[in-house]
Design a protein around this ligand. Sequence first.
Ligand SMILES: Cc1cc2nc3c(=O)[nH]c(=O)nc-3n(C[C@H](O)[C@H](O)[C@H](O)COP(=O)(O)O)c2cc1C
Length: 207
Amino acid sequence: MKVLLVNGSPHKEGCTNLALEEVSKILEKNDIETEIFWLGNKPIGGCIGCNHCLNTNNRCFMDDKVNVFLDMVPSADGFVFGSPVHFASSSGNLTSFLDRVFYGRGNLFAGKAFASVVSCRRGGATATFDQINKYALISNMFVVGSSYWNQIHGTNRQEAMQDLEGLQTMRNLAQNMSYFLKCTNFSHSNGINKPTYEKSIKTNFIR
Ligand SMILES: Cc1cc2nc3c(=O)[nH]c(=O)nc-3n(C[C@H](O)[C@H](O)[C@H](O)COP(=O)(O)O)c2cc1C
């Protein structure tokens, strides 16, 4: 079992990464393999809605970290997307990344575990948390929770390390995700498979 953790901050070792490391530590302790995937600090372009990826086996025409990540998705059972709060939303890079990763990609993610974690100095954490969770909730994924909404507070890593409740929230999240992954793994080996879905109906609110 493997969980991919995405750091959507321009800071490789900042507050968001600290939160992800705390999640990762407990997952590893529970025998779940983890990998932290940093988006980097160069701009990631947004989706231009060209639909190229829908006809090319999940390849975006912008050949950047999105394609690298899409190649990794099939081998992962769970995902944790982390972002700093930028104006009460996720970072521009993570928003662009998630738009392009999830667009038309329900099949790739269905039945897998999802969590988001956010870091902020003071405000906008729950708005950002809700924003990121929406990608999962339209992709037949299972959103894993914790003992609080998954947020850590600080302007930098040193400050975030003092947020003991935030760090504990990350550890509890990891315990819940480990439990969920072990349960689903056990049920798949005992004949209870992932749900199957009807062919999708798209009415666009006009008919
Ligand atoms: C462009 C920008 C916008 C920000 N907006 C907010 C905000 O709306 N609310 C807040 O509490 N902190 C805000 N911050 C502070 C960061 O969210 C905070 O320092 C975060 O923990 C940094 O995480 P990182 O080290 O992973 O980048 C903002 C920072 C930047 C650079």
